[in-house]
Design a protein around this ligand. Structure first.
Ligand SMILES: *Cc1c(COP(=O)(O)O)cnc(C)c1O
Length: 380
């Protein structure tokens, strides 16, 4: 992915010129930078990017160009990707379970912040990590609000967090706190509950955290007509910070993945077959760029175009949509509203699919070879 990269005007211009028979994902640097600026301008604190949502160099470079300097990494491989795409980036290593080898590599990469949720993992960091580093205690609450809840896997209980925070401070690290409300979280009350709980934990520990990392989980636009209200969430976070900790609250930090990159990408799939006038078979599905559909629900923001790039505008029909593999699970949940004049060879474009799509693609059954093309605009 070098400087010689070719730019296309729009997805339809690329489709008209190349008639791809494989799925293509279109990246729009302009949109990536706009999403980054929305966080930088709107969030009441520092903004980090959770690399796992989409580690593509185009993403990392454009977020950096828009002013993102901090990246949340979970593995040495992600550290290497960040270092090569954004030399000098600040890295936060927020996977709370690490091998001794991984810790040694993180020190070599110059990581400056770690999160932990157990005494055993803190003990593993202590011998090799500089006391100039920040160590954030990750805790969890039984809060609903996200489509997918990470709470089950990571996070100390509030009682454990009190002890961990004291231990971090006693070891001489810069104490901080963190949580992650789960992904595609649309309810500001989730952040509020976590921030107020963080204040209680800090008070019980008698430790003042330097920073409070409110995680990722910010929602992207998945259902048409229902754009998420990030500003409402930002204000709720700011208000809760002041309510919980007072005006002298810890520096707030967020680490969005999904909401930073989703809008920057559109996936073009091709209609392989329409069987019995009802069942649509696409050349990509849940083992490819639409991997999240079974877990998160289908993205219904679609446009259908002909191979010459012209949109189909017929009245919509609810269709059952299958992916290309021979696995019967390879089906989008529910039905998708698609134009009745759509025919085989047309393209179904899914909008807002930049997160957890290219990052998790498989080559199951010989499918999943996603081409990535860069466009000036995602408008069809
Ligand atoms: C995955 C993850 C994120 C990003 O989550 P999104 O829902 O994509 O915003 C942020 N922080 C941590 C610790 C994560 O594991």
């Amino acid at each position: 992915m070098g400087l010689q990269q070719e730019f296309w005007e729009t997805p339809s211009a690329h489709i008209r010129a190349t008639r791809p028979d494989h799925p293509v994902i279109y990246a729009a640097p302009e949109m990536l930078q706009a999403s980054a600026r929305r966080f930088i301008d709107g969030f009441p604190g520092l903004v980090s990017y959770a690399v796992k949502a989409n580690p593509d160099p185009v993403v990392l470079a454009n977020l950096a160009a828009a002013g993102v300097v901090t990246f949340d990494v979970a593995s040495p491989q992600e550290m290497a990707m960040v270092q090569s795409a954004v030399p000098g980036a600040v890295m936060h290593y927020n996977n709370p379970v690490r091998s001794v080898d991984e810790i040694a590599q993180s020190v070599a990469f110059g990581v400056t912040s770690y999160s932990i949720d157990s005494l055993s993992e803190l003990a593993k960091l202590a011998p090799s990590v500089s006391r100039r580093c920040e160590v954030a205690v990750r805790f969890k609450l039984p809060v609903a609000g996200a489509v997918y809840d990470f709470g089950d896997k990571f996070g100390a209980t509030a009682d454990q967090a009190v002890v961990l925070l004291q231990e971090v401070a006693a070891l001489g690290f810069t104490p901080a706190m963190t949580f992650h409300p789960g992904t595609q979280c649309t309810d500001p009350a989730a952040w509020r509950a976590y921030i107020l709980a963080a204040a209680d934990i800090a008070k019980a520990a008698g430790v003042k955290p330097a920073r409070l990392n409110v995680g990722g989980g910010f929602p992207s636009h998945r259902q048409s007509g229902n754009a998420p209200q990030l500003d409402v969430i930002f204000s709720a976070i700011k208000a809760a910070g002041v309510q919980g900790f007072g005006p002298d609250h810890p520096v707030l930090l967020c680490e969005p993945g999904r909401a930073m990159v989703a809008e920057g990408f559109t996936l073009a799939t091709r209609v392989k077959a329409i069987r019995d006038g009802a069942h649509v078979f696409l050349n990509d599905g849940i083992y490819g760029g639409l991997a999240e559909a079974p877990l998160m629900g289908t993205i219904d923001r679609t446009t259908v175009i002909r191979p010459d790039g012209m949109p189909r505008t017929g009245p919509v029909l609810n269709r059952v949509v299958f992916g290309p593999t021979c696995d019967s699970l390879d089906r989008l949940p529910g039905t998708l509203r698609l134009p009745s004049d759509m025919v085989e060879g047309d393209y179904v474009l899914f909008h807002g699919v930049g997160a957890y799509s290219t990052a998790t693609v498989t080559r199951f059954n010989g499918y999943g070879a996603l081409e990535q093309a860069v466009v000036f605009a995602l408008s069809v």
